[in-house]
Design a protein around this ligand. Sequence first.
Ligand code: BTN
Length: 326
Amino acid sequence: MSTKSKVLEILENNRGIAVSGGKLAMQLQLSRNAIWKVVKELQREGYDIEAIPNRGYRFGNGNDILSTAGIKPYLEKESMAENILVYSTLLSTSHTAKQLALEGAKHGTIIIANEQTGGRGRMGRSFFSPKDGGLYMSLILRPEISLDSSTLITSAAAVAVCRTLEKTTGVKAGIKWVNDIYCNGKKICGILTEAIMDFESNSISAIVIGIGINVSTARGEFPKELEKKAESLIHVTERPLSRNRIAGVLINEVLWILKELGSEELIQEYKSRSIVLGKEIEVLYNQQSRKAMVLDIDERGGLLVEYENQEKQVLTSGEISIRGEF
Ligand code: BTN
């Protein structure tokens, strides 16, 4: 690890607290002058590092630069995170993750970008991914699961995002089936789960979970069609956020939740976080929509709905909208 990364890691570990030049120098076995030079260089690169006379260095509130060194302090010791690759711009983290998975990248390889020029959403839509405003992450997973259980991964990822948002910001997050994350009635996060199949053995060789969180995108920056339904986390918390911290906790939560896959507790948590249970919805299918009532969510994450003609159906994929909402 470079000296710059080590300094970043120490400052990230001590957010809110000033770390003296002497302490940094001792920990990194360098002179105080060498530490000062590294800090100056980091400041030139855009890091908001405050130098407080007689106390030391600390991150200012404006510091929100994504980096592997900045994420590492938040990873649990037993984390299965294999390799965390942070890019400034990518077409799509999921696109890169799928390429790497095909080339043999290991379980726990994480791709993060500060901007996506071709962010992808579900149902062939795009995902608005402006520079500096969000956390765009794709995780390569190689869980030993059957095709059957793979649908549960999507529900598990949604629960993992809710847990992360609550741990890092204290905000209450809900799930709009199948896996959109809402806070205060607006979409904060979207999840795209994709599988790479091994047709020889008819099994899944890798799963790529793509998670996009609107962290600090300004309200006026969202495209017109999203203005009413999308929101950034910062407007819910109304205080500065660290994308490195959110990323680290999210990696822990997603990798951890795989152990809970298929458990009764997990589906109960998914249900308790659902914002559609008992609601009147529109089921969107083939450019058409049908009114229905949500009765339940089954043990596989399927949505049990009842249409106006009393016909019931379990939806395993697709798109719904809550009636009366955008
Ligand atoms: C949706 O809301 O329809 C799902 C959006 C998923 C967006 C994330 S951002 C990281 C990853 N890379 C992509 O291109 N898409 C996913």
